[in-house]
Design a protein around this ligand. Structure first.
Ligand SMILES: [Zn+2]
Ligand SMILES: [Zn+2]
Length: 173
């Protein structure tokens, strides 16, 4: 979808959107599914440009980084963008819009593709190394068993140096 900045020239415009973002576009192999993304916000005219602020909501399912099991997630995030006319950039825009926490988008005309902006935010919000639970034991590196479900018979990978050291210590029992 596209934002039409012109609509907010005279008065703030409330936006309520539901976007389908194709998962392939995000190129995140750990992602299994992604719900439609909702956006609620207000577009305001703020000389010399516009400001859009609001809240993104979405959810989906990812793969646990340790055991490859499903990890459902939902996220809500406050987002805001500053739209500045392109000529401001060529003028060597100084201090005012340089704040690091603001995303400045320069525009040539009043129509702005909204999807790429949302996709950028999703990249930041989708968990990077999701875990099915904080103490997920993962898969056994030797036999591949899910160690959350079964205790396989493989010896735990010990630190060889530590084992050698332990052998040198007097037996306590
Ligand atoms: Zn897991
Ligand atoms: Zn094993």
């Amino acid at each position: 979808m596209e934002l039409n900045l012109e609509e907010a020239l005279d008065a703030p415009v409330e936006l309520s959107q539901r976007l389908d973002v194709p998962m392939e576009r995000l190129e995140r192999p750990e992602l299994v599914s992604l719900s439609p993304v909702t956006f609620q916000g207000v577009l305001r005219h703020l000389e010399p440009g516009f400001v859009l602020s609001g809240r993104l909501g979405f959810g989906g399912q990812a793969i646990c980084a340790r055991c490859l099991g499903p990890v459902p997630f939902t996220r809500e995030a406050d987002v805001s963008w500053v739209f500045s006319p392109a000529y401001r950039r060529s003028e060597g825009e100084e201090v005012e819009l340089k704040a690091d926490d603001l995303d400045v988008v320069y525009y040539e005309d009043y129509t702005i593709p909204f999807d790429p902006l949302v996709e950028e935010q999703l990249q930041l919000e989708i968990p990077l190394k999701p875990l099915c639970r904080p103490d997920c034991k993962g898969l056994c590196p030797r036999c591949g068993a899910d160690r959350n479900a079964v205790a396989c018979a493989c010896a735990p990978e010990g630190d060889a140096r530590l084992e050698a050291l332990r052998a040198l210590l007097p037996k306590t029992s």
